[in-house]
Write a protein that binds this ligand. Sequence first.
Ligand code: XMP
Ligand code: MG
Length: 201
Amino acid sequence: MVSRHVGGSTNPQTRLADVDAKHVAADLDHVIVTADEIAAKVTEMAEQIDADYAGRDVLLVGVLNGAVMVMSDLSRAMRIHLTMDWMAVSSYGAGTKSSGVVRILKDLTTDVLDKHVLIVEDIVDTGLTLSYLADNLRGRGAATVEIAAMFRKPAALTTDVDVKYIGFDIPNDFVVGYGLDFNGHYRNLRDVAVLGKHMYQ
Ligand code: XMP
Ligand code: MG
């Protein structure tokens, strides 16, 4: 993983026309993982997951909204049969801190009893959300519950949640792109970049 400065100035017209790191450079600090690096990592993760789940029925559970990109790329890179379902959760907490108390906003439509569940997540921060979700699905009688996440911030982890498949360990900065948003924006940025501090301070 290489840090790259985005550089360049931002024309508001271009910004509206094209969400690309070089066109929203004024909003970003620097790109930490490029779209090409993500694509290569997705292939690598899919090969490992295919091998581990060969001969088993796997249910991919995507966590809305951030996991839409990794879910769509990972599922298409996988070669074994699979099914998909989605959950939406919101973390109760004072201010910006995750409390570990998670509210289910949209539940699965699938019964997970005796299924091999792989939770697909964009990013692991404190780990509280995933720790809750994994326990919740185990409680419903899933045969196995594992986690795949594209990004993890080791410095922010406050739980010992076991993430079996991890794309990139990244610094403890607020990042956007590849499904990750700031106020709903930048989810379709193809690279992942640290958001400029001036955007939220
Ligand atoms: P926890 O702390 O429970 O939270 O692991 C995970 C959720 O927090 C969000 N999150 C981020 N979203 N940029 C984002 O756009 C970030 O840098 C970031 N860090 C955490 C995200 O929704 C994730 O599912
Ligand atoms: Mg998320």
